[in-house]
Design a protein around this ligand. Structure first.
Ligand SMILES: O=C(O)CCC(=O)C(=O)O
Length: 311
């Protein structure tokens, strides 16, 4: 199966995939998951989603007036080993590393069940990244930033102003496709090369920007870097589109899910150091520590020494 001509095709060649990421902002890894893995992931996800819905705990968004057409399943690290296993996949070790470097954190691990009738606006996954500024230029203070601060420009159209300097990618996402992603069922839409625009999409100004659906079979992993403009496509089919999103960030940044507090102790007991590092238990350059910056890892539930006096 091919995506739109001229843009990244499915590949198993990781060097080509890395080149696609650099040039287009995304790549598509063919058969990243075996048919058995897809079945295992999909059935665990469907079961979890149904369990949350039955208990009135389902998280739903998108649709007209945000009436809740898509079901989100959050915090997948606690919701099955099948999900945690994905975090050790070659796609993570190779392509997320290609974008973020040697050390990175899992920011969140969630699923989006895009149901018929749902659609989501264009956005990037690092909208919060401060923009480069000129000396003495007024800028939004980093701690006063909200998603509403960024007005986009129509990419490739009149009025588009290419940036001379821009922020690097500090986040990277993987969409693990658990059903076929088609134009009809709301395949993720991407704006190829938008990662090099230095701009964030604007809900109003950019609503007619040209995007393409990342059409690919179940088992594909779409890796996309944090600056890529993307959205959930409009699902006009009669079936749900299932995908799991493992979203990573550089170690300087705050994780979207509070994984050090929220991860199940039973999961942590069995977690290898690599997973503990992704969750945020590894001290990075002295940051994230409790007491000595020389401790490589903090422990779950650990607190600092507290008030002391000589005995
Ligand atoms: O489900 C999709 O296609 C994309 C979802 C997404 O971009 C998001 O949740 O931020």
């Amino acid at each position: 199966m091919k995506t739109t001509d001229g843009f990244p095709n499915l590949t198993t060649d990781y060097a080509l995939a890395a080149a696609n990421l650099d040039e287009f902002g995304y790549c598509l890894i063919e058969n990243a998951l075996s048919a058995e893995e897809v079945i295992g992931l999909r059935s665990r996800l469907e079961e979890q989603a149904a369990g949350e819905k039955q208990r009135g705990l389902a998280s739903e968004d998108a649709g007209p007036n945000d009436t809740g057409v898509n079901q989100r399943v959050w915090f997948l690290v606690n919701k099955g080993k099948v999900f945690r296993d994905l975090l050790h996949h070659k796609v993570v070790k190779t392509l997320v590393k290609h974008i973020l470097g040697d050390e990175f954190l899992l920011s969140s691990f969630t699923a989006n069940i895009a149901k018929p009738g749902g659609v989501m606006g264009l956005h990037t996954d690092q909208w919060w990244m401060p923009k480069p500024v000129q000396p003495l230029q007024d800028a939004v203070k980093p701690g006063s930033m909200t998603g509403a601060h960024f007005r986009g420009r129509r990419l490739g159209r009149e009025g588009a102003v290419p940036s001379k300097s821009m922020s690097p990618a500090v986040a990277c996402n993987i969409m693990w496709m658990l059903t076929d992603f088609t134009e009809e069922n709301g395949a993720t839409h991407v704006v190829p090369r938008s990662h090099l625009s230095g701009m964030q999409p604007d809900v109003d100004l950019d609503k007619d920007v040209e995007s393409i659906p990342a059409v690919a079979p179940a088992g594909t992993a779409m890796v996309f870097e944090g600056r890529l403009w993307h959205s959930t496509g409009s699902n006009v089919s009669d079936a749900s589109r299932l995908g799991a999103l493992s979203y990573f960030c550089a170690p300087q940044f705050r994780q979207q899910e509070n994984l050090t507090v929220g991860t199940d102790p039973a999961v942590l007991r069995d977690a290898p150091p690599e997973l503990l590092g992704l969750l945020g238990f590894k001290v990075w350059q002295g940051y994230g520590r409790i007491e000595s910056p020389k401790c490589e890892f903090i422990s779950p539930g650990q607190t600092s020494l507290g008030e002391l006096a000589p005995e």
